[in-house]
Design a protein around this ligand. Sequence first.
Ligand code: PEP
Length: 247
Amino acid sequence: MKKKFTFIANWKMSFNFQETLAFATDFHEDLLQLSEDIADKIIICPSSFALHSLSNIFKDSTIKIGAQDCSTHSKGAFTGQISAKSLRQIGCTASIIGHSERRGYNKETNDDVAAKYSQLLDADLSPILCIGETQAEYEKKQTLEILEQQLAPIIKLYDGHVDTTKKKPIYIAYEPVWSIGTGIIPTPEHLESIMSWLHGHLKKPLPNLSFKLVYGGSIKPENAASLKNIPLIEGFLIGGASLDFQK
Ligand code: PEP
C-alpha cells in the first residue's frame, strides 16, 4: 500500500481574512478530494482570525484546522494571546509551536516553546513542534547540538513518563531555518541522518512516546517526490507552496 503522509499548510500571515475564506470555500471540494486521494491527513493553519470560520467550513471532514501559535498560559492577563483551551473550543485540533519566525521575531525561548507544548497536551491538541538550526549553526556543524537544546525542555516535561491515554498525534517538524522560504532543501543524506537521530533521541528516554516526524522548508511539486522517499518522514510542513492549490 502506498505510504500516506500528513500535510500541514502553514499559511502564516499571507492571506487576509477574505482571502482565507475565499481559498477555503473555492477549493473546499478539491481539498476534501485531495485529502482522500493523497493524504493521511491535511491540517490547515490559517491566521487566528480565521480559525473558527475554517473549523466550521471543514467540520467533520478529513481536513483539520491548526493554529500557528498558542499562549504559554492557560488564562489570565496576557493581552493578545490565545489559550490552547480556546483553540480547542473553536474547533482546532492542533497548533504549530516554536516556528523559527516566532523564535526569531518574538524571541521565543526553548522553555517558552515547551510551556506551549504542555498547554497543548493539557488541552488535548496536537503539538506541531518546529525545530531546526540556522544557516550559521549548520555551517558550524552544530545541528545536533541545537536540536538537542530545543528538545531538552520538551523531553523534561514528560519526566520519563508518557501518558499513553493522550491520543492526539504529536508532530516533530524538522525545519532547517536556512531552508524556509529560500528554495534550498537539505540533501537526502542530511535528512535521513537527522530523522534517524531524532527518532533515537526521543525514543531512548521516552520509548512509549508516539510521534510523527515531519519535514518543512521549501517543499515544492518538483522536490516532493524525492522527499517522500526519505525513511521515517511521515509528513510535510508547507509554507509558500500551500498558498497555491495547484501546487
Ligand atoms: C514554513 O515556514 O514552515 C515553511 C516550511 O515555509 P516554506 O515552505 O515557504 O519554506
